[in-house]
Design a protein around this ligand. Sequence first.
Ligand SMILES: NC(=O)c1ccc[n+]([C@@H]2O[C@H](COP(=O)([O-])OP(=O)(O)OC[C@H]3O[C@@H](n4cnc5c(N)ncnc54)[C@H](OP(=O)(O)O)[C@@H]3O)[C@@H](O)[C@H]2O)c1
Length: 215
Amino acid sequence: MARIAVIGANGSIGGAVVVEAASRGHEVTAVVRDPGRYRGAAAVVERGDVLDPADVARVAAGRDVLVSAVGGGDGPGHLALIEPAARSLVEGLRGLDGPVPRLVVVGGAGSLETAPGVRVWDAPGLPEAILQIMHAHGAALDYYRTVADLRWTVLSPAAEIGPGERTGRYRTGLEQLLADAEGRSRISVPDYAVALVDEIEQPEHIGERFTCCSL
Ligand SMILES: NC(=O)c1ccc[n+]([C@@H]2O[C@H](COP(=O)([O-])OP(=O)(O)OC[C@H]3O[C@@H](n4cnc5c(N)ncnc54)[C@H](OP(=O)(O)O)[C@@H]3O)[C@@H](O)[C@H]2O)c1
């Protein structure tokens, strides 16, 4: 059993991570900006803003794993949140006196490769707002890759992630965008949560980004 705090637990992906982790018997704390609005499955709820390193340190203290599933809504929202959140998470964890939990972060698919040297975000015609979201996650990943003193992991979803069945089956990769048997890069939110909690239980990607896709 791991003690897991999930920042962004009110979100669609964060909420699914809470459900998946709690269903496996982990001790899950939902971290949200307004506990009064929390409607999720976690037994324990704490207030916290990912952009405040003191909040990060407070909610991380005594936990084995800190998950960040925060999102910024639109493109400018992501630019204002995702890379600053990465810096705040790292600063907060570095400020802990006691044991430092692992950090597992929900990332983006934009920086994955579709061919050698070609990334998802290089595709022509992508709307500016989508590019902003992709590059916000790319900047955060670049930052995490400079962090050698923490046990961080970034899990990039497939290109499409949305509501769907929990099959419990998925494939993983590192830098290449993955596709399923029908050639689509997609994963359901519940299966993404399965992949994330599997990584918590059996760490294989400490200090790197990986990705998951349906079969
Ligand atoms: N294919 C892809 O690459 C792909 C696809 C989908 C999503 N994603 C990424 O996955 C992440 C999660 O997506 P989602 O759809 O689950 O997002 P979501 O439903 O919009 O949830 C985001 C959560 O982040 C929380 N949040 C925002 N700012 C915060 C802050 N300063 N402190 C603490 N919490 C904060 C929000 O909390 P409140 O409830 O307080 O507002 C919200 O619950 C995003 O970063 C998104 O870009 C990637």
